[in-house]
Structure formats: structure tokens, C-alpha cells
Design a protein around this ligand. Structure first.
Ligand code: 5GP
Ligand code: ZN
Length: 139
């Protein structure tokens, strides 16, 4: 056993309900079942979150997401889905092995509220922010 729950799930030391597995990726039902079919997709490589992830691990992980998401959607007959990822505790990360949540949605009134508030933008500030980020991406 390691101190990472998801590494223990990968190793089969903690039971899980698997929905997909290959050499590099595992998907299994989230224990919380925010909505029926709530699934987690994880890289088998232990990495804390996307902020720590290499491009190659991200390529592997995200390449599997559409296929698994469509399978969840079809099996669960879900008209919609939120695909969510939390990085670091302030953003709601509680398990520190990277994972992507697939949350099937069945109704707008299911009590799940994922909204982004709209602010009147100051394009001067936005422009400076974009330039700072762009510089970091190039660095
Ligand atoms: P986070 O809050 O880090 O984005 O998401 C962690 C998720 O892992 C939560 O939705 C939680 O329900 C799920 N989880 C935590 N422990 C276990 C476990 O032992 N088994 C499974 N299947 N899911 C777990
Ligand atoms: Zn791990």
C-alpha cells in the first residue's frame, strides 16, 4: 500500500468499479457518485495534478477522455456532461493523484451549480494579463 488512494486502486489493493483500463490510463466510478455514472479518469503514472503534468502524460490522459465520456453518456443515457478537473486544495482537489471527473448531467435542476460569474471587462487589464501569461507560456 502507498499513501496514495488512487495508486492503491491502480495496484488493485483497494477495490474499485473499473470502466476502462489500458497500460497507461484507468477509469473507475467515483465513490461519491455526484450524479449516477460519475467517473474518474486517471493516468497510471503518479502525478499530483495537471499543474505538475508533462505534455506526454497529458496527451495520454486526455486522449482517452472523449471515448470514455461518450461510453458513460451512452450507457447512462445522459444528455449532457461536465468534465471537471481540480488542481490544489483551494480549487477543491482532495486526492493528490491527477484525475478528470466525468459528471453526467440529466437535468438543469439537479442541484449541481457550475457557473462562472460575468464581470464587465476592463480590456486594458485583460490585455496586460494576457501578455503576462503569454510570456510565461513562451518561457
Ligand atoms: P477531487 O476533490 O480531488 O477533485 O476528487 C477526488 C474524488 O475522488 C472525489 O470525488 C471522491 O469522491 C473520490 N474518491 C475519494 N476516495 C475514493 C475511493 O477510495 N474510491 C473511489 N472510487 N473514489 C474516491
Ligand atoms: Zn498516486
Amino acid at each position: 500500500m502507498t499513501d496514495c488512494i488512487f495508486c492503491n486502486i491502480i495496484a488493485g489493493e483497494i477495490p474499485s468499479c473499473k470502466v476502462y483500463e489500458d497500460q497507461e490510463v484507468l477509469a473507475f466510478l467515483d465513490i461519491s457518485q455526484t450524479t449516477p455514472g460519475h467517473t474518474l479518469v486517471i493516468p497510471k503514472e503518479h502525478v499530483r495534478n495537471i499543474l505538475d503534468m508533462s505534455e506526454s502524460t497529458a496527451s495520454v490522459l486526455f486522449s482517452r477522455v472523449p471515448k470514455i465520456a461518450r461510453a458513460v453518456q451512452k450507457a447512462m443515457d445522459a444528455p449532457a456532461m461536465n468534465i471537471i478537473n481540480n488542481n490544489e486544495p483551494i480549487a477543491g482537489q482532495t486526492v493528490f493523484h491527477a484525475h478528470v471527473h466525468l459528471v453526467p448531467r440529466y437535468s438543469e435542476n439537479d442541484g449541481i451549480n457550475i457557473t462562472y460569474s460575468v464581470h464587465e471587462p476592463d480590456f486594458n487589464i485583460l490585455g496586460k494579463m494576457a501578455e503576462q501569461i503569454a510570456q510565461e507560456v513562451r518561457a
